[in-house]
Write a protein that binds this ligand. Structure first.
Ligand SMILES: CC(C)(COP(=O)(O)OP(=O)(O)OC[C@H]1O[C@@H](n2cnc3c(N)ncnc32)[C@H](O)[C@@H]1OP(=O)(O)O)[C@@H](O)C(=O)NCCC(=O)NCCS
Length: 188
């Protein structure tokens, strides 16, 4: 089983998950300010189960949603990384990039900084041809991260998240794409 790689950026460490991440991850998943755009909070058992699926994904693929640490400041601030969408849509199969941070660590550029390292890993180490990202159309903070990364959207790729159902306020989703060529052509 491949050990999850550790990625380093100027301010962050993206690392394998630890047992001690589970409590702050549960706190993140119980915080309505964070989960408003995710369909609502979940309890400790569901949070632990999600972490378990993330860890299993690393074992299967060698990458996933990394636990994010700010050295000397915060041992766990959330996750950033690559995943496989667990539902079928017009753009699947695909590899997606995603992020979820503790509220106190928003507004510092950490999601974008971590995501750049994850994209670099996805394109250069995992040799992916394309990475997508999607979110509820109303999730402007997440869309801003996608746009800062140079990802692009096309109205033709908009989709309804069938698992949520048409009446759900988060039903309408936007898809962003980025190819390896586009990533490599971006100015450093
Ligand atoms: C989506 C989410 C990760 C975005 O977090 P974020 O902090 O807004 O995004 P970034 O980390 O890229 O930070 C960007 C902000 O930091 C600011 N910033 C401060 N210091 C900075 C620095 N040194 N470098 C870069 N940006 C910095 C930027 O100006 C920007 O501020 P703005 O929002 O006022 O424009 C966060 O809102 C979240 O966890 N949301 C809930 C979960 C969720 O919706 N996940 C996505 C599901 S698809």
């Amino acid at each position: 089983m491949p050990e999850a790689p550790t990625l380093r950026t100027e301010r962050l460490i993206l690392r394998p998950w630890r047992e001690t991440d589970l409590a702050p991850f549960a706190a993140l998943n119980a915080d309505d300010r964070v989960t408003l755009t995710l369909g609502g909070s979940i309890d400790r058992a569901a949070s632990d189960a999600m972490a378990g699926r993330i860890i299993e994904g690393f074992a299967k693929r060698g990458y996933g949603y990394w636990a994010v640490e700010v050295p000397n400041e915060a041992p766990f601030i959330g996750f950033v990384g690559l995943s496989v969408p667990s539902f079928e849509a017009h753009f699947t199969p695909a590899i997606e990039i995603g992020w979820r941070l503790l509220y106190d660590h928003w507004g510092k550029g950490y999601a974008t900084e971590g995501a750049r390292a994850a994209l670099d890993f996805g394109f250069n180490a995992a040799k992916l041809d394309e990475i997508v990202a999607f979110t509820a159309a109303s999730n402007s903070r997440s869309r801003a991260v996608m746009e800062r990364l140079g990802m692009h959207t096309d109205p033709k790729d908009d989709f309804g998240h069938e698992r949520l159902g048409k009446a759900h306020p988060l039903y309408h989703h936007v898809l962003y794409r980025l190819t390896r060529g586009e990533w490599r052509r971006q100015p450093v």
